[in-house]
Write a protein of this length. Structure first.
Length: 245
């Protein structure tokens, strides 16, 4: 980032803090779950908020959830000790972030405040809305403690392009076993916990293939060249697409 670009970014952050009380950063990558964090709350609350994962929620919904929590905390900071409802998205609680997480996820806040000891609090959805990409940020980060977040700093070693994405359903994202899978393009897959054709558009999400493989290591063997297309439940799909092999 050039000095001019950095200055424009800082100006935008300061303007949002002045208008809304905080600036919200949303970050996503090829094999890294989406996450969002605030800049500007430390002076009032003593910490910034981080919403890591939560692919169940759309981009705009994440902003609404953060705004709802900020509103409650601004009027009653003691609410960080309890769970509360943000309609219509469910109940949320806050969890103290280990510094190994804030050091990697909240780089914009660290740069803005010009210090490394920025304190973070994780927004944690209730069980009904928790997905495989929601980490426990109270536990120090490591590839072993949180495999779905390993590519924050680990190299990509799978025999498929690092840009590989997969469309999947909410059941798989909630942790149910994948029972139907297909590779349509070199870097585009389908992984479903049920019958893919029966899943509505509203029940699907697209994310990095590595996130799903980290959550279910048994799927990794399917990324080998000889296993690029497979079906675990719907045999008729295998027949229907045989001509594409």
């Amino acid at each position: 980032m050039s000095p001019q670009e950095r200055q424009r970014t800082l100006d935008e952050i300061r303007e949002n803090i002045a208008r809304f009380g905080y600036h919200l950063y949303v970050v996503s990558g090829d094999q890294q779950p989406r996450y969002a964090y605030t800049i500007g709350l430390s002076s009032k609350l003593g910490y910034e908020l981080a919403f890591a994962g939560g692919i169940l929620f759309m981009y705009q919904e994440v902003g609404e959830i953060v705004a709802g929590i900020v509103e409650r905390l601004s009027t009653n900071p003691a609410m960080e000790l309890i769970s509360y409802t943000v309609d219509p998205f469910g109940k949320f609680s806050l969890r103290t972030c280990d510094p190994t997480w804030t050091a990697q996820l909240m780089l914009g806040a660290i740069d803005f405040y010009r210090r490394q000891d920025v304190r973070g609090m994780q927004i944690v959805p209730d069980d009904e809305h928790t997905t495989i990409d929601v980490p426990d940020m109270a536990i120090p980060w490591s590839p072993q403690s949180c495999p779905t977040w390993q590519y924050l700093s680990m190299p990509w070693t799978l025999p498929v392009p690092p840009t590989s994405q997969a469309i999947t359903d909410l059941d798989a994202l909630r942790g149910l076993s994948v029972t139907e899978a297909c590779r349509w393009e070199e870097d585009y897959w389908e992984l479903f916990a049920g019958a893919g054709p029966e899943v509505s558009k509203e029940e699907t999400r697209i994310l990095g293939l590595g996130i799903l493989l980290a959550a279910d290591p048994s799927l990794r063997c399917r990324t080998r060249p000889q296993g690029w297309r497979w079906y675990l439940a719907r045999i008729w799909l295998r027949v229907a697409h045989l001509g594409n092999t």
